[in-house]
Design a protein around this ligand. Sequence first.
Ligand code: PYC
Length: 347
Amino acid sequence: MNTISKSVYIAMPRALTDAAPLSDFVLPEEFMRDHITRVRVIDSHTGGEPTRLVIAGGPPLGGGDLSSRLERFRNEFDWFRSAIVNEPRGSDAVVGGLLCEPQDQSCAAGVIFFNNVGYLGMCGHGTIGLVATLAYLGRLEPGEYSVETPVGKVRARLHESGEVTVENVPSYRALAGIHVEVPGYGDVAGDVAWGGNWFFLVGEHSMEISLQNAEKLTEFAWRIRQELARAGVTGPPGEEIDHIELFAPSRLPGVNSKNFVLCPGKSYDRSPCGTGTCAKMACLHAGGKLQEGEIWRQESIVGSVFEGSIQVRDGVVHPSIKGSAYITAESELILDERDPFRCGFTK
Ligand code: PYC
């Protein structure tokens, strides 16, 4: 297991590294003058899905495990989440990541993912983006690392090729063959599964899975989500199913399936969705359709592909996904106190 030096958490001019504490990335006073706060971010995309990683200038979340720091983020600094990913700086599709010092020192980094409406337990495409970003900064060499997230430790391998394999949190099918009556669409059947987020996975439907059809797919999946909530179908009690995944065969040679994944804030994942692919593989395994070590190739709505597989240890499914991320921007966001939209806005 490789680890990275603490300097990985600060990628900024020397004046900032001298003053900024490792754990919270608050910028020193001189960088907040003239009503302005600066936030350093690196943007990437993984299979078309954007990730914006905050590497400096984030909120002071203090110590503790990442799930407690996530709660502090949610309760005290939710405006920061919105400022980073929502318009006018971002868009509904952007997933943000706050680079954090891990509590578990065996981890190379900690990260809290967030989106246009809230927070994610884990994010597969985002973890690939995180690793690619740290590699871009020269802070990771090819090798194996652990990353701390609010839902547990995940492992990541940076390959010589630049591809990244993420061994996600253990995943499982919680409920099989759940039926909901969706107004305007009829009976819809699916499975409920955990892959680091909660998913409802639908294999049988009459929708065409194509980018041109994204609006109709969004409407269909949104209705399913609403009906699940109305019918009280959850993961464990109180855990809302906030991702809906629709499947169809892929036309790409050697690729098993194509998906459309509706995310919590009504945007759709441009990537095959890392956590969604893990939930899918857990369902396949539970149904006897995917064995340990077999490769599952999942295509996204834009044609990008993740390669997945599972390992089963003590009856528990440990899924992995492999993909690539590319850096798209390295920038400093400006939050100007005089700007009425400095904290972003949602539709
Ligand atoms: O890749 O796990 C993922 C993900 C979740 C939401 C958007 N992408």
